[in-house]
Design a protein around this ligand. Structure first.
Ligand SMILES: [Zn+2]
Length: 276
């Protein structure tokens, strides 16, 4: 699944590459995929694409917004897979779930792995999940200050019940962080993923704020993780400190072996000595 640094990278590259191009042909892919959710339906989506011109491309949390001038916007949200630009004459990927062909014969595809949502802006804004996340702030924006972050933790409504992992990954407070960047954030902030939100101390909140900011900024500078691809099919340069490839290796702080634990529908990678 892409997270905020990948979304920022993809949006920046799309702005530089496809903005201003006119769409001559478009479709919701060559075949259906059970876990790709389209709104409106594939047929309606395909009909609205030809004739539109690609406008500004922006990112919000883990989603990418592609302007379709004059009056539409395409949103690709909560997804894993490849968002690719192709030069004229290049071959199509084996599977893809969105296709835009431009006047100059270059084209654009989205191939979803796992699951994903492809919708127009109006439909996207009406989804329950997006409404729940609508007050989240971006850790990449100027409004993300230490005071604001501490306030978000303190006002979190399920703080007695939820863990710090849920606080970050449900996207209701801080936008764009998933289970992957979370591992490095919790490691750098020295907090165990199972800790209840209510038990996080003031100094830990400050450490977590720094950890979010540093991790996300570094990852953006490095075009996202090495496991994800940009629009030219090149991997990012950010190597996670804590992930499946570092299990068993020594913690960079203290040398204890990095452990994998299953928690809340996804693995967590921790140093049991550093993360209390
Ligand atoms: Zn350690």
């Amino acid at each position: 699944m892409i997270e905020l640094p990948e979304a920022v990278t993809l949006a920046r590259q799309l702005n530089e590459t496809i903005k201003g191009k006119r769409i001559v042909e478009g479709s919701a892919g060559e075949s259906t995929h059970k876990w790709v959710f389209y709104k409106p339906c594939r047929e309606k989506l395909a009909k609205l694409l030809p004739g539109k011109k690609v406008g500004d491309v922006t990112s919000a949390g883990r989603s990418i917004h592609i302007g379709l001038e004059p009056n539409e916007m395409l949103v690709i949200d909560e997804f894993g897979g490849k968002v690719l630009y192709h030069d004229p004459g290049a071959g199509l990927p084996k599977k893809y779930h969105l296709f835009l062909k431009f006047e100059d014969n270059s084209f654009f595809t989205v191939a979803i792995q796992g699951w994903g949502f492809i919708s127009t802006l109006t439909e996207w804004k009406q989804s329950k999940w997006v409404i729940l996340r609508s007050n989240a702030i971006s850790p990449f924006g100027v409004e993300f200050t230490s005071e604001r972050f501490i306030d978000l933790v303190e006002r979190y409504e399920d703080k007695e019940k939820d863990s710090i992992k849920t606080f970050f990954t449900n996207g209701r407070s801080v936008a764009g962080i998933g289970n992957s960047y979370l591992q490095d954030i919790l490691f750098c902030g020295k907090v165990h993923p199972k800790r209840k939100v209510t038990d996080i101390t003031t100094s830990e909140k400050k450490a977590l704020y720094r950890a979010v900011k540093d991790t996300i900024e570094q990852a953006i500078q490095q075009n996202g993780r090495t496991s994800e691809r940009d629009i030219f099919d090149k991997p990012g340069n950010y190597s996670p400190i804590m992930d499946r490839y570092t299990v068993g290796k020594p913690c960079p702080n203290c040398g204890t072996g990095i452990q994998k634990i299953g928690y809340l529908g996804g693995s967590c990678y921790i140093c049991s000595a550093c993360q209390k």
